[in-house]
Design a protein around this ligand. Structure first.
Ligand code: XIL
Length: 422
C-alpha cells in the first residue's frame, strides 16, 4: 500500500496545475470570503440580477463568460440573496388577473438561493415605482360624492369621478398614468391578492420580505409620507394593510419596512415616527431595512448615529441595499430615488476614488460591527461595478472583471480586527 502515497501526491500535483490553469478559480480560492469572515456577526448578501439567477447572458450587457464569473463570485462570497428586480410588481405581476403573473425568473432566483443554501429575501411588495398602471386604474365608477374615506382631501378624486383633483398625475410611472383611479376598496383588494399570491408561493422559502418600500417623504418638512398613488388612493393606512396581508400569507416570514436616506437625521426622524405609530397599532413590522445607498463622504460617525437611533425602536436592522457612490454627482446626499439616479451618477468619479471608497467602507463596516447585536444582514446592491445600477459611480467591492478593489481588503480587515478584539 505504501507505493500509493507518491501516486496520490502526483495526482494532487496535477490537480493543482489544472486549477492554476483556470486562473480565476485558483486565485479566488486564495482570498477570504465575506460570508466567512463575518459569519459570527451577520449574513452578507447581495442583489442578484436575472442573468446571474438563471446563469444565462442577456441583461446588463454581460456575455456568458462574464455571467459565469459573476455567479462564481456570488457563490464564493455571499450567503444571502435578494432579487434586484424580478419580484417587483411590474415584473412578477405585469397584467391584471390570476394569469397575469410571470413567476419564471422569480422561481429561478429562489431555486438559486435554495440550491446554494443561501438565506433569501424578497423585494418588494408595495412600492411607488416599478408598479404597472393597471394596479391604480379604476374599473368601478366612484360614489357620487368625494371619496369620504380618503384621508388627504387635497389629493382625493374629483367628486363623482375617479380623476385626481387638480389634474395631478401619479408619480413613478413615467408620467403615463392619468386615471380614472381605482377606489380605495379596489386597490386594497388588488394589494391583498398580490401579496397573498406572491408571499404564499414562496412561503417557507423566502425568509424575509420588503413589504413596503420607500414610503417616507425625503428630507425635512411636515409630511411623513411621500405622496404616491398608494397613499393618495388608500390613505396612510396602506402601510399597515400591506404588513397585515403579508403576515396572513406567511406568519413566519420576517417583514421589513425598507427605505433609503436614513443617514439623514430629518428623514430618520420620520422613520422613527412611522415605526412607532405602526408598533402602537400592533402592525407586524419585524425589521428596519435601511438601504444605505450612500456616498464616499459617509463616515463611521454618520452610520453609528443612524444605527444607534434606529436600534432604539427595539427591532433588528438589516442593511438592505448597500453601495457607496463614487461619482461626483453622488456627493449631494444619500438620496436614492430611482428617478434621480442619472444625476446621482454624473460628473465623473471623485479624486482618489479607490482610496476614498476603501475609507468609507472601512468606516461603515466598523459601525456595522459595533452594532452587531442589532444588525442581522448586510446586503450589497449588486455583485460588481459593471452590473450595478450606479455603474458610473463604481460603488461596489469588485470591479467589472470581478477583481477585488482596495475597498474589499478594507472590509475584510475590519472583520479581522473585530475577531482579534474578541
Ligand atoms: C433599482 C435596480 O437596481 C435597477 O436595475 C432598476 O432599474 C431600478 O431599481 N431602491 C430600491 C431598489 O429599493 O429596488 C432599486 O433598484 C434601487 C433603489
Amino acid at each position: 500500500m505504501k507505493t500509493q502515497i507518491p501516486h496520490r501526491k502526483s495526482y494532487v500535483g496535477l490537480l493543482t496545475v489544472a486549477l492554476l490553469a483556470i486562473g480565476a478559480t485558483a486565485q479566488s480560492a486564495d482570498r477570504p470570503a465575506l460570508k466567512e469572515v463575518y459569519k459570527n456577526y451577520f449574513e452578507v448578501g447581495m442583489a442578484i440580477n436575472r442573468s446571474a439567477a438563471t446563469g444565462t447572458a442577456g441583461g446588463a450587457n454581460r456575455n456568458q463568460e462574464q455571467v459565469n464569473s459573476d455567479v462564481a463570485l456570488v457563490k464564493e462570497q455571499f450567503n444571502h440573496i435578494v432579487p434586484e428586480n424580478d419580484m417587483k410588481w411590474q415584473l412578477i405581476h405585469p397584467r391584471e388577473g390570476a394569469d397575469g403573473y410571470n413567476f419564471g425568473p422569480a422561481d429561478a432566483f429562489v431555486n438559486f438561493g435554495l440550491s446554494n443554501k443561501m438565506s433569501i429575501a424578497g423585494h418588494t411588495l408595495v412600492w411607488h415605482s416599478q408598479t404597472p398602471n393597471w394596479v391604480f386604474q379604476g374599473t368601478n365608477p366612484p360614489p357620487a360624492t368625494a371619496n369620504a374615506s380618503a384621508p388627504t382631501p387635497a389629493t382625493a378624486n374629483e367628486a363623482g369621478t375617479n380623476t385626481p383633483a387638480g389634474g395631478r398625475r401619479g408619480r413613478g410611472f413615467g408620467g403615463g398614468f392619468t386615471g380614472p383611479r381605482a377606489s380605495r376598496e379596489e386597490l386594497l383588494q388588488r394589494m391583498r391578492d398580490h401579496i397573498h399570491t406572491v408571499v404564499g408561493r414562496y412561503k417557507g422559502k423566502i425568509k424575509s420580505w420588503d413589504v413596503v418600500n420607500e414610503a417616507i417623504a425625503d428630507g425635512g418638512g411636515t409630511n411623513i409620507l411621500r405622496s404616491s398613488l398608494w397613499s393618495e388612493i388608500i390613505g396612510p393606512d396602506f402601510i399597515a394593510k400591506a404588513f397585515q396581508y403579508a403576515h396572513e400569507a406567511d406568519p413566519n416570514a420576517i417583514l421589513r419596512y425598507n427605505d433609503y436616506g436614513l443617514e439623514n437625521p430629518l428623514k430618520r426622524q420620520k422613520l422613527i415616527t412611522l415605526i412607532k405609530s405602526l408598533q402602537a397599532q400592533k402592525v407586524p413590522v419585524h425589521v428596519i431595512g435601511s438601504q444605505a445607498h450612500v456616498n464616499v463622504s459617509t463616515t463611521f460617525e454618520t452610520m453609528d448615529q443612524a444605527l444607534t437611533e434606529m436600534a432604539s425602536l427595539g427591532l433588528p436592522i438589516h442593511i438592505t441595499e448597500l453601495d457607496v457612490n463614487g461619482a461626483a454627482g453622488g456627493l449631494r446626499g444619500t438620496g436614492a430615488d430611482v428617478a434621480a439616479n442619472i444625476s446621482a451618477t454624473q460628473g465623473g468619479l471623485v479624486d482618489n476614488v479607490n482610496q476614498r471608497l476603501a475609507d468609507a467602507y472601512a468606516g461603515l463596516f466598523r459601525a456595522f460591527l459595533k452594532h452587531r447585536d442589532s444588525l442581522k444582514v448586510v446586503t450589497f446592491w449588486g455583485v460588481n461595478d459593471a452590473v450595478s445600477w450606479r455603474a458610473n459611480g463604481k460603488p461596489l467591492l469588485f470591479d467589472g472583471n470581478n477583481q477585488p478593489k482596495p475597498a474589499f481588503d478594507a472590509v475584510i480587515t475590519e472583520a479581522k480586527k473585530a475577531a482579534k478584539a474578541r
